[in-house]
Design a protein around this ligand. Structure first.
Ligand code: GDP
Ligand code: MG
Length: 698
């Protein structure tokens, strides 16, 4: 009498299931489809020993039993249905020795269904090259089943598998994992309602009902209060299950699985070894960053200057073509310069994403994420937060957009919220002029104080980002720690098409989404600076010509005086005077107030606004600096002294003064709540720090 048994090969995609299947069945196989769906069904047979024949089923690749695709649901459906003709007497979970951690998730789930389960670790021929060592005895003890090292390529382990399959009844079928640790009350009452059922199986029946309706397993779900739980609650429990399973797996592997990269002999492992080295890894990463930022600044300055001057010319040209009037001014000064304010960011965004995409495509980025993850995780960030935080030094807008590949929502949100603290390039002109005004141009041991201050401000930005991340991390408690499974892809040459697509997608999304809001606020600011209530604004020219009647002035001098007088009496000027009492304790007057308010649109307008107020030519920075250096307070002391200067720098370091960033944060978080929180909390921090600084230094 020949004993027939059913064997199912289960595993993640590309672990070698089909290779094992072929090794077992040889030519005795046939390929069909699962009834009604297009998923391929491979079956074959194999003589295990004289008395036993196995029917082997090669199941579609699946990552877990929390099915999310048609392929995966085929597997779940089979394993939940004891009446299925193919229901396995023994399950063989095929795994890849290099990705054992990820593979074991599925293994633990299948083992918990109380089906005899064998673990095959395939591709064992790779172990010496990768420096992998496995303590089989420990692993078998921890996983409570037989573990077989196999290489279908070198044809080892097949006979051993056959022997284990013959004796499948000896395999231990107790579950590895106790679902009550996910949620005690929920699972205890579930078990009480169905005392004779495997708890994990019950749980699968309930959750699979959530994921897809194909299964008609309403019995359990209908007859109990368990289905009344909301879907999102069940999803949460499912996530928690995955996390708990990974925690157990990590513990198991810590004892039984070691990778010694130093011993690895293949090129990829050697390169990995260097790139995630705890010292060299960082050195290489910062060298790469340095070159990228150098390139971004160098390369984008040319198109940015071009865009700047083109829009200025376009604005000038429009003024000449259209009849003078408010409408022309709106177009020339409001709309066109607003559009210019959008387009000018494009080169930086495009270059940054080109580099990021190249680093990702080559496989290098996964190594950086791995390298950084441990450190950043302490602060509620993820290894993947590195890219946004660094990109933030160019501009917060692409940086916020770069958070999209952080899967964990909490980590992504924290990253978005703290990114604006990093010193973006818009702060640079502000810092430059203030530093040159209040920091002495001296050297100590060859180190220039001004350069040191600038570097200090960059450090301060990162420090503040990390600090606020850890505070936010404390506030936003979630019960779900994220677990870490990065797969290290193979190194490869980047595909030009993928790089181009990323650049296009990011740029396009910036222009269409953030662009609208930037444009709207630019027009609003133009309006507030171009109009004012009362006679002073309307009669600016007469008033100035009367005031300076005795002096001879050039035409530009006169026009500058008028412009400055107008600005003082415009809506924004009045607003500046209104906030003056509020910012006096920080050492600022109403003119700085105007600059601060218009800086909420974009920081870089600080210098330009002050230039208009002090009525000097806008593009001669040297003159503005001298002019600012002469400005006096009412008591006759210098306005821009060390106390005010440092206080202002710190204000700009911390304040959320960028409407474009707020716009992109609104887009990425899909709510006004987070940008509002950002705006208020950052501005309050800026105010307090600036206040304390001024009061101490004055
Ligand atoms: P499936 O997707 O799980 O069915 O996996 P396949 O059997 O199609 O194999 C996926 C890849 O792994 C193929 O490129 C195989 O050549 C390779 N592979 C399978 N077994 C081994 C092995 O023992 N050693 C090595 N180095 N590669 C293997
Ligand atoms: Mg296959």
């Amino acid at each position: 009498m020949i004993n027939n048994i059913n064997v199912a090969l289960i595993g993640n995609p590309n672990t070698g299931k089909t290779s094992v299947f072929n090794a077992l069945t040889g030519l005795n196989q046939k390929v069909g489809n699962y009834p009604g769906i297009t998923v391929e069904k491979k079956q074959g047979s194999c003589r295990l020993d004289r008395g036993t024949k196995a029917r082997i089923l090669d199941l579609p690749g699946t990552y877990s039993l929390n099915a999310s695709s048609m392929d995966e649901s085929v597997v779940v459906e089979l394993l939940l249905n004891k009446n299925d003709l193919d229901f396995p007497d023994v399950a063989v979970v095929v795994t890849d020795v290099e990705n054992l951690k990820r593979n074991l998730l599925l293994f633990t789930q299948i083992k918990d269904l109380e089906i005899p389960t064998v673990l095959v670790i395939n591709m064992s021929d790779q172990m010496p090259r990768k420096g992998i060592k496995i303590d089989l005895e420990k692993l078998e003890e921890q996983l409570q089943t037989r573990v077989i090292l196999m290489s279908t390529r070198q044809k080892t382990g097949i006979d051993q598998l056959k022997q284990v399959l013959v004796a499948y009844r000896k395999l231990n079928t107790t579950p590895l994992f106790d679902p009550t640790t996910i949620d005690e009350s929920y699972f205890e009452s579930l078990q009480k309602a169905f005392p004779n059922q495997s708890l994990y199986k019950l749980w699968l029946v309930i959750t699979q009902d959530v994921n897809f309706t194909k299964l008609e397993r309403q019995k359990v779900a209908d007859s109990t209060e368990f289905k009344t739980q909301s879907k999102s609650y069940l999803k949460k429990l499912q996530q928690r299950e995955t996390i708990k399973r990974y925690q157990t797996i990590n513990k198991t592997l810590k004892e039984a699985y070691t990778v010694n990269r130093e011993e690895a002999t293949d090129l990829r492992s050697k390169l990995d070894n260097l790139l995630i080295h705890k010292y060299w890894g960082y050195v290489i990463f910062f060298m790469i960053l340095l070159s990228i930022f150098q390139a971004i600044f160098d390369w984008s300055s040319i198109p940015m200057d071009f865009i700047d001057s083109s829009f200025a010319q376009l604005s000038e040209w429009t003024k000449q073509q259209l009849p003078p009037g408010v409408f022309t001014d709106l177009i020339a000064e409001g709309v066109i310069s607003g559009l210019g304010g959008i387009v000018i960011f494009i080169p930086q965004i495009a270059f940054l994403f080109m580099f990021i995409s190249i680093l990702e495509e080559t496989g290098y980025m996964s190594r950086v994420v791995f390298l950084m993850d441990r450190g950043l995780r302490k602060f509620g960030l993820s290894g993947k937060s590195v890219v946004p935080l660094i990109s933030g030094t160019a501009c917060a807008i692409p940086a916020v957009m770069a958070t999209r590949n952080i899967e964990n929502w909490k980590e992504r949100l924290i990253t978005i919220l703290v990114v604006p603290f990093t010193t973006c390039s818009a702060r640079l002109p502000v810092y430059m002029i203030l530093i040159s005004l209040v920091i002495p141009d001296d050297r100590f041991l060859g180190i220039n104080y001004q350069g040191l201050t600038l570097m200090g401000l960059y450090f301060l930005g990162f420090l503040m980002a990390i600090l606020s991340a850890s505070i936010l991390n404390g506030f936003m408690k979630t019960r779900y720690k994220s677990y870490f499974v990065v797969e290290m892809p193979n190194y490869k040459l980047p595909l030009l098409k993928n790089v181009a697509l990323t650049v296009w997608e990011k740029t396009h999304s910036f222009v269409t989404e953030a662009g609208k809001i930037i444009l709207a606020i630019s027009v609003l600011l133009w309006f507030m600076a171009s109009f004012g209530p009362g006679k002073n604004f309307a009669n600016a020219e007469e008033i100035i010509s009367q005031q300076y009647a005795s002096q001879s002035m050039s035409k530009t001098e006169f026009e500058n005086k008028v412009a400055s007088f107008r600005l003082e009496n415009s809506y924004i000027g009045i607003l500046g005077k209104t906030v003056a009492p509020l910012i006096r304790p920080l050492g600022y007057d109403w003119k700085i107030g105007i600059a601060l308010i218009s800086s909420f649109a974009a920081r870089e307008v600080f210098v330009g606004t002050l230039a208009t107020i002090y009525s000097v030519e806008q593009d001669e920075t040297e003159t503005i600096k001298k002019r600012m250096g002469r400005e006096l307070r009412s008591d006759g002391t210098l306005l821009f002294n060390t106390a005010t200067g440092v206080s202002l720098m710190l204000f700009y370091a911390f304040a959320m003064q960028c409407m474009s960033t707020l716009a992109i944060v609104k887009k990425e978080t899909n709510s006004w709540k987070w940008p509002a929180i950002q705006l208020f909390s950052m501005s309050i921090i800026a105010y307090i720090v600036a206040l304390i600084t001024y009061q101490i230094l004055k």
